[in-house]
Design a protein around this ligand. Structure first.
Ligand SMILES: [Ca+2]
Ligand SMILES: [Ca+2]
Ligand SMILES: [Ca+2]
Length: 432
C-alpha cells in the first residue's frame, strides 16, 4: 500500500527535525498524557519525547521512521555505477582542462555499454556485449577475463574487499575474485523459462542493472524484480515489480532503496524489503535514480521527463525533454542536476526544476554524466564523442571515439578517463 500522501508535507519537516534531533529541543517537563506534548511527541515518564519506531515493525507511520538495517556499515565499496550508493555521479577527481589524448585501448569483439569501474589500486573492470567481464591494469594490460553466457550490460561494482559483483543477461549475478577473476559464487535471479537470447522471456530476468553495494555490504540489483543479496550470495529479499528492472537501485542515507521498472513505476523500498511507495511515470523507467543529500530522488523516464520526488514520493517537479531520458542524473555539489536525453541535449537543471542551460551534442545521450568538484561535466553521446562541458554550459573539449559512447565515463585517481564505446573498445584517455 502507498503511504498516505496527505501527510507527506507534514511528515517531511517533522521527520527531518526528528533525524536532526541529536541535541534535543527544550522539552516541556511534567506531561500527564500525550495530549500535553507538542507535535507528535508522546508522554513517557512525565517527559515529552519523540516516539521510537518499534524495533520489529517496519510499517511505522512515517516512511522515514522505518528501522534501518541492523548490520553495521563497513568500509565503503571501492566503486560502482555512479560511484556510490546515492548515485550522485560526483567524481572526486578533476576533469582535465586540456583535451586528453587516447592513452591506450583494449579491443573486445562487441560494443561496451557497461561503464568502467576503477578499484582503489587502479584496476579497471568493465563488461561487454562480448559476454565477457574484463579487468585491465592502469597501463592497459589485460589482467583477467570472465566469460558469461550472454551480454553484459551491467556495470561492475567492487566491494571494499576487492570482490567484483557484476550481472549478465544470462540472469546471473556473479561474484568474482578481484585479483584473479575467478568465480566466487553466482546467484540466478528470477525464474525465467528461457535465460539467454532474445524475446520477452529471455530478457525479463536479465541482470543488466549495475549492482549497488550498500554500506553494510548488501548488494542490490534488478532483473524481474528488485533483489537484495548478502555479500556471500544469499537472497536477502525480493521486491516484486510489474516489469523488468534495468535501473541500478540507489540508496538514500536512511537505507531506503529506490529503483525504476519497465512497468512505468519508481519504487521506494524499506531496508527490509517492504514497499514504502510507488510513483507512476507515463512510460518505462530505465534511468537509475540519484538521491540528493536532502533525500530528493531524481529519475528519468521514457515519457521524456526527469522527475524530482520527495523522500515521501511526492512529485516536486517534472522537467520535460524532447525524448526518452534513460541516463541517470548527476547532482552537483550546489544541487544542480545534470542529465542527458535522447533528444541530444545535456540539461543542467536548478534544484527548483528550472533550466540553467542545455548543451547540444550531435546525437542521443544515453551515457550518464559525471560532475567534478568544480562543476565541470563529462558525458558520452551517440555522436561518438566524449564531451567535457564547462560549469556554464560551454564546451571545454571533445574527443572522437570509434562509435556510440553510451558507457558512462569515469576518472581514475591519476586523472585518466576510462570509457567504453560501441566500437568494442575500452578507452583510457589522459591529458598531456
Ligand atoms: Ca536473460
Ligand atoms: Ca519517449
Ligand atoms: Ca554514432
Amino acid at each position: 500500500m502507498p503511504q498516505p500522501r496527505i501527510s507527506a508535507y507534514l511528515l517531511g519537516p517533522l521527520a527531518l527535525a526528528l533525524g536532526a534531533c541529536a541535541a534535543p529541543a527544550p522539552v516541556p517537563e511534567g506531561c500527564g498524557s500525550d495530549k500535553d506534548c507538542k507535535l507528535d511527541r508522546v508522554c513517557e515518564a512525565n517527559r515529552c519525547v519523540w516516539p521510537q519506531p518499534p524495533a520489529q515493525d517496519a510499517a511505522a507511520p512515517s516512511p522515514r521512521a522505518v528501522p534501518h538495517e541492523k548490520t553495521p556499515a563497513g568500509p565503503p565499496a571501492q566503486g560502482m555505477f555512479r560511484f556510490d550508493p546515492h548515485h550522485r555521479g560526483r567524481s572526486p577527481f578533476p576533469l582535465p582542462k586540456q583535451k586528453p589524448d587516447i592513452l591506450w585501448t583494449v579491443e573486445t569483439s562487441a560494443p561496451i555499454t557497461s561503464s568502467p569501474t576503477v578499484s582503489a589500486e587502479g584496476l579497471v573492470v568493465v563488461g561487454g556485449h562480448s559476454r565477457k567481464v574484463i579487468a585491465v591494469s592502469r597501463d592497459g594490460k589485460p589482467r583477467w577475463g570472465f566469460v558469461t553466457s550472454d551480454l553484459v550490460w551491467s556495470t561492475p561494482a567492487i566491494a571494499a574487499n576487492g570482490t567484483v559483483y557484476v550481472g549478465s543477461d544470462d540472469d546471473n549475478l556473479y561474484a568474482l575474485d578481484g585479483k584473479s577473476g575467478k568465480l566466487l559464487w553466482k546467484l540466478r535471479v528470477g525464474a525465467c523459462a528461457q535465460t539467454v537470447g532474445i524475446g520477452p522471456e529471455a530478457t525479463r530476468c536479465d541482470v543488466d542493472a549495475g549492482p549497488t553495494i550498500g554500506p553494510d555490504g548488501t548488494i542490490y540489483t534488478g532483473g524481474d524484480a528488485v533483489h537484495a543479496i548478502t555479500p556471500d550470495g544469499k537472497l536477502r529479499w525480493r521486491f516484486a515489480t510489474g516489469g523488468h528492472v534495468a535501473s541500478a537501485p540507489a540508496l538514500s542515507a536512511d537505507g531506503t532503496v529506490y529503483a525504476g521498472s519497465r512497468d512505468n513505476s519508481i519504487y521506494a523500498i524499506a531496508p527490509d524489503g517492504r514497499r514504502q511507495w510507488e510513483f507512476r511515470a507515463r512510460d518505462d523507467v530505465e534511468s537509475s535514480p540519484a538521491v540528493e543529500e536532502d533525500g530528493t530522488v531524481y529519475v528519468g523516464s521514457d515519457d521524456n521527463r526527469l522527475y524530482a520526488l520527495s523522500p515521501q514520493g511526492q512529485l516536486q517537479w517534472a522537467f520535460t525533454t524532447g525524448d526518452d531520458v534513460r541516463a541517470s542524473a548527476a547532482i552537483g555539489r550546489d544541487g544542480t542536476v545534470y542529465i542527458g536525453s535522447f533528444d541530444g541535449l545535456l540539461y543542467a537543471i536548478r534544484r527548483d526544476g528550472t533550466l540553467l542551460w542545455a548543451f547540444r551534442a550531435g546525437d542521443r545521450i544515453l551515457s550518464s554524466a559525471l560532475v567534478d568538484a568544480g562543476g565541470a561535466i563529462l558525458v558520452g553521446s551517440q555522436d561518438d564523442r566524449l564531451w567535457a562541458i564547462e560549469p556554464d554550459g560551454k564546451p571545454r573539449w571533445s574527443v572522437e571515439l570509434g562509435g556510440d559512447v553510451d558507457s558512462s565515463p569515469v576518472i581514475g585517481p591519476d586523472g585518466t578517463i576510462y570509457v567504453g564505446s560501441d566500437d568494442g573498445r575500452l578507452y583510457a584517455l589522459r591529458a598531456p
